[in-house]
Design a protein around this ligand. Sequence first.
Ligand code: NOJ
Length: 561
Amino acid sequence: MTCIDNDWWKQAVVYQVYPRSFRDSNGDGLGDIRGVTERMDYLHALGIDAIWLSPFYPSPLIDGGYDVADYRNVDPRLGTLDDFDEMVAAAHAAHIKVIVDIVPNHTSTEHTWFKAALAAGPGSPERERYIFRPGRGDAGELPPNGWKSTFGGGAWEAVGDGDWYLHLFAKEQADLNWKHPDVQKDFKHTLRFWSDRGVDGFRVDVAHALAKDLESRPLDAWTDDPEQGVVDGDNPLWDRPEVHDIYRAWRQVFNEYEPPRFAVAEAWVHPDHQWMYASPDELGLVFNFEFSKANWTADSFRLAIEEGLDAAERSGSTTTWVLSNHDLPRHPTRFALPQVPSRVHHQLVNDWLLRDGTTYVEDRALGARRARAALLMELALPGSVYLYQGEELGLFEVADLPWDALEDPQARMTAHGDALKGRDGCRVPLPWRAADPTGAFGFSLPAEHAAPHLPQPAWFADFAADVEEADTHSMLTYYRHALALRARLIAASGSAELTWAPMNGGDAIAYERPLADGRTLTCITNFGIAPVEAPQGELIMASASLEQGALPQDTAAWIAR
Ligand code: NOJ
């Protein structure tokens, strides 16, 4: 009899697939669903528990698919529903669960609802599913207020008949009105649609933005842009208390299934508020982005870990640990900029690195060394770990993409020159094969194929999966080894307990965890210049060689006793 673990997601290692850039099976230059199926052996060998697919739904691809035109279908460029079913079957046969992305804050302006709203005109019931408001000025020529889009520019778009609609992201992503029963009903339908197809869980995009208060005061009384991350519950757009009613309703849907489905919230909220999204009567998990925002110092990571553990305890669930995803500069690059002052937020690092004429130099040996150490620190923590495709190859950010190749609306919506190049540098198609005469590093399978949708740099040859598979010292081999040990010794203990170890403090982080074989693991990471003596016990794995029993700077180790 198979034993079903309803709580598998609480300690899982999840691998994020960004489908357009994972593998292209039909030669159109865009990765697709079959590309994922074809690489299931690779994913199995990596030792992950689940894959999370970023959106693969029909979409004009204005924001990499986070502009969904039809929530219950597959973009024809990425495959069909049959391809999706085959992919799920292949994943399950390999004991890999499948998580899909749900984008409930906004639809593409190509969605049938939005097209109907435009056609129906001001005051129509069709417009009520979105957030349309009359403009200010004699002829409605001014936006209802000065709110800004997250990607740059104003958050209101005029439709030519006096009305404007709200878009917190690109203008092709119209915000939905979550007070509308059609919206509530349709998303439950979508959750059931994918659950019925065997999907095991969901990632909820911008989970903290769905409930909005546009009624309690006149829109033009808002002089400032409401800042994210405030905790007073008084923000009209972000992290409002009513958002939790939506997720309590979703929980009812998740519990219709056996095992119950779960979701992980993408909620960039104050650390004190994270836990609410993860509570058992809501989604189950929330991303702990403090970990991905931490600078390379012991204090910064210790605080992020404490905040994550605190959120887990308050929610009665576990937390998540993330170093990279499709929105962040790849972490080996973030860690490879020794000159950048540690107080600088990682988004600024992206800005400074990618801005033309930057003076910051990427020290790749340093970035790789720190990335290895960070992995051990991350994998031994209680909770679930979210990896981003390509991090197992040790990929760095592709910082020098030409402006005219960029796809991210962030780049389009800010002007050139002083602009952000956006997030494409971590979304470049993966290198599978170093020696590929077609020049696509094995990303596109057919011999005749279109160019990959973002250009791959020549240095990808050194990071190709086939090269790393054959190299016992590669990042890929290192990830496989660490993930296997985590599964066998750490996750298998079934415990979420963590105790800070005596040598924790100063420039080192050290914590203890129970191991499945009854021993205790100490995970120690040294960020400082001075070597730190390793605790007594058996060295299970280290990110770099110890020197006379001590961990040099930027080294982590797992020691059992
Ligand atoms: C968060 C997603 O991760 C990001 O890629 C997207 O641009 C925004 N939400 C808008 O959907």
